[in-house]
Design a protein around this ligand. Structure first.
Ligand SMILES: Nc1ncnc2c1ncn2[C@@H]1O[C@H](COP(=O)(O)OP(=O)(O)O)[C@@H](O)[C@H]1O
Ligand SMILES: [Mg+2]
Length: 402
């Protein structure tokens, strides 16, 4: 077959023009991190180490893989970059797509009654000074800015104050409120990672402009779908522990985006949440919460994780995380598009012969009220506890038969 170059010529021409205009290699500089947006940015703690000084050959941050090519910007809509920092692998995130950041800037300008393409740093300074530097006042006066943030969904003020308290430990500069509010509105991931259950999240190294730098954990569960069964069984065990620990404690955290791409495994085999944007935070000490256990009713959606903010926010406890993990990732009819047969697919014969109850328990924990055979109220918490014990036993070394 002969190639038809003619049709490709306009694209090749565009690529050449792009390269001539912008160059090949991405460099971590002030414009890359959008430093001009500060203090309507995520902070500046890493700017000293991150930004290449003029006339200096030292590059502390080296972009890795596709991240180092400028042209990949067109494909990297998630704005996630991989880099090394002092020989450690790190992930640099802008925390939102370019269009989402632009939308935030526009809402900020509007809220501060500035013109459409206003100076966002001035706009945020205006909002804070009008609210007497009170972050809760800014949030209640301008809900439109925080509309997309799961952090404010329950309107439990103590959850916000807790995030702010933890953030203030590492950023006590004059603009720490501005940085905090920007992250809270755009994507609360770094705030979550700094505040709760450090065991289940990657470490945050710092921020510069509209970039945050976090620990590179490792491959995601999607990439690990072909690992031996007993290894995947250990990931499942950890996911159940995670579901339990996040559902306990003073502040309950509910996972609302359980795609396998949002969990990664580090070199020690530890599972971590790498996308912490979608977590509902409930203050369990809030007055007037319903003390009965909330059972997720999968309302209106058989093939995806549905939930109601109102239900989660009004109950002291919920089985939501067990449902999310079991139905979202472990069940043989999981919601996952990448591994629809579930993380524990293809068990070896000896597991099928000796431990069939594992699979019954997964389906009990994943019970969906819209399944035709489910007549009674699911007992997901109990099923998850029994499943956890079995997985622990099966994966413990003396029982392993690989
Ligand atoms: N800390 C991390 N360690 C390893 N890989 C990561 C990390 N953070 C993100 N990634 C990779 O980047 C992808 C997108 O990141 P994510 O934060 O989930 O963005 P989005 O919110 O747009 O989904 C992830 O699915 C994963 O492949
Ligand atoms: Mg994600």
């Amino acid at each position: 077959m002969r190639w038809k170059w003619k049709g490709y010529l306009p694209y090749q021409f565009m690529v050449v023009i792009f390269l001539l205009l912008y160059g090949w290699q991405e460099s971590v500089d002030e414009s890359f991190v959008n430093l001009e947006m500060c203090p309507a940015c995520y902070g500046q703690s890493l700017c000293g180490a991150m930004l290449k000084k003029q006339n200096s050959d030292v590059d502390n941050f080296l972009l890795r893989g596709y991240s180092q090519w400028k042209i990949m910007k067109f494909f990297n809509i998630k704005n996630v970059y991989f880099a090394s920092f002092h020989e450690k692998l790190v992930v640099m995130k802008k925390l939102a797509h370019d269009s989402e950041l632009q939308e935030f800037d526009e809402v900020l300008c509007k809220a501060s009654r500035h013109s459409l393409n206003c100076n966002v740093s001035l706009a945020l300074k205006t909002l804070l000074s009008e609210a007497g530097d009170d972050i809760l006042q800014v949030i209640s006066r301008h809900p439109e800015l925080f509309e997309k943030s799961d952090a404010t969904k329950c309107a439990h003020n103590r959850t916000i104050l807790e995030l702010f308290k933890k953030y203030s430990v590492i950023d006590y500069g004059p603009y720490h409120r501005h940085h905090f509010l920007t992250m809270l509105a755009v994507n609360m991931e770094p705030l979550m990672m700094m505040t709760y259950h450090s065991k289940w999240f990657p470490a945050i190294h710092g921020t510069c402009g509209r970039i945050i730098v976090e620990e590179y954990v490792g491959p995601t569960l999607t990439h690990l779908a072909g690992e031996p069964w007993h290894i995947r069984a250990d990931y499942a065990r950890q996911l159940l522990e995670m579901a339990g620990e996040l559902s306990d404690g003073e502040f309950r955290l509910y996972l609302t985006d359980v795609s396998m791409d949002n969990f990664a495994v580090d070199e020690q085999g530890r599972v971590k949440i790498i996308d912490a944007e979608n977590l509902v935070i409930v203050d369990s000490l809030q007055d007037n919460l319903d003390s009965s256990e909330h059972v997720n009713d999968g309302f209106g959606c058989k093939d995806c994780l549905s939930f109601s903010y109102e239900d989660l926010c009004s109950h002291r406890s919920s089985d939501h995380n067990f449902f999310a993990v079991c139905k979202g990732m472990l069940s043989s009819t999981s919601f996952s598009e990448d591994i629809p047969e579930g993380l524990l697919h293809s068990p070896p014969d000896w597991v099928m012969l000796e431990h069939t109850s594992i699979f019954n328990l997964i389906e009990e924990c994943a019970a969906h009220p819209l399944d035709p055979y489910n007549y009674s109220k699911p007992k997901r918490r109990e099923a998850a506890a029994a499943l956890h014990s079995l997985l622990l036993a099966v994966t413990s070394s003396n029982q392993l038969r690989i």
